[in-house]
Design a protein around this ligand. Structure first.
Ligand code: ASP
Length: 300
């Protein structure tokens, strides 16, 4: 059984094939490819885009979708996640899409199911479908000429699963990541790392801005210190029109965007910002992923 836990579960060829399918699905119209199939979404962490994107993708392919209300599910009655998943599996779904705050949880559930598990985000560990839709958007923007392009990943790299999965995926297709973060959000990495984006701006083709992942921080600072930290962060890391000037750039963000902290209002309206294009592409890419993982896996 093939599962999608990290981008490394797919070869480069498989990814290129997925992208061919995603292009065919890019008008997001309905078809009957997954008629009679059943997809379960199981989100233990909040989500707007990813969950609705998977649900719309599955429905556009003709599948039925059951969204499990995790906060009213049996895990609140003391059941383990493993037992919840084993019970869902007994109802014979064709795929289970899961998001959880614990790193490694989707991987550990593989032995409890007879259908593909698709990781919709586990803690700061991985978010493979986000990285795939990011790569798809980059590839589309540059008409496939992406090898050698420099991409700055800006912000809370240490706590971002989007950063982790993109750092796993993008170099496989010849992209050069440059990490831009304050000391507290840096990671040990083989890639060039700077604290000041201005130092590398001229080298960049793409900027991927990230949200500060407050939900994964241990709060020790006083409210006053936090306000100071935030003001400093905005000054240095918010992507503004003043910073970019007229420079050509592809500006990405996985959402949700914290306006005027991650990216300014003005920059979000700028044609260089492709944040909504990422959302649109996300549905097409997830359609391709669901098709591949459901039809190529032996049905439970
Ligand atoms: N939506 C992305 C995630 O689930 C990014 C974020 O939340 O900042 O990781």
């Amino acid at each position: 059984m093939k599962h999608l836990i990290t981008p490394n579960d797919l070869s480069n060829n498989e990814i290129l094939e997925l992208f061919e399918d995603a292009k065919l699905f890019s008008d997001l119209t309905s078809n009957s490819i997954l008629n009679g199939k059943l997809v379960v979404t199981l989100f233990f962490e909040s989500s707007t885009r990813t969950r609705s994107s998977f649900e719309i993708a599955a429905k556009r392919l003709g599948a039925e979708v059951v969204n499990l209300e995790v906060y009213t599910s049996s895990t609140n009655k003391g059941e383990t996640v493993e037992d919840t998943v084993a019970n869902l599996n007994a109802m014979k779904p064709d795929a289970i899409i899961i998001r959880h705050k614990d790193c490694g949880l989707p991987e550990s559930l593989k032995s409890y199911v007879n259908c593909p598990i698709i990781n919709a985000g586990d803690g700061k560990n991985a978010h493979p479908t986000q990285a795939l839709l990011d790569l798809f958007t980059i590839n589309e923007h540059f008409n496939g000429e992406i090898a050698g392009k420099n991409i700055a990943i800006v912000g809370d790299i240490a706590n971002s699963r989007v950063a982790t999965s993109n750092l796993e995926l993008l170099p496989r297709f010849g992209l050069n990541p440059i990490l831009v973060a304050p000391k507290r959000f840096k990671v040990i990495s083989p890639y060039k790392t700077v604290t000041n984006i201005k130092k590398v701006l001229n080298e960049l083709d793409i900027i991927m801005s990230l949200r500060v992942q407050h939900e994964r921080h241990e709060v020790t600072a006083t409210a006053e210190k936090q306000a100071q930290q935030k003001a400093k962060y905005v000054k240095k890391y918010c992507i503004t029109k003043k910073l970019l000037g007229d420079k050509e750039m592809l500006l990405l963000h996985p959402g949700p965007v914290n306006r005027n902290i991650d990216i300014s209002d003005e920059m979000l309206l700028d044609p260089r910002s492709k944040v909504l294009k990422q959302v649109e592409n996300g549905v097409a890419v997830r359609m391709a992923i669901l098709k591949k993982f459901i039809l190529e896996n032996k049905v439970c």
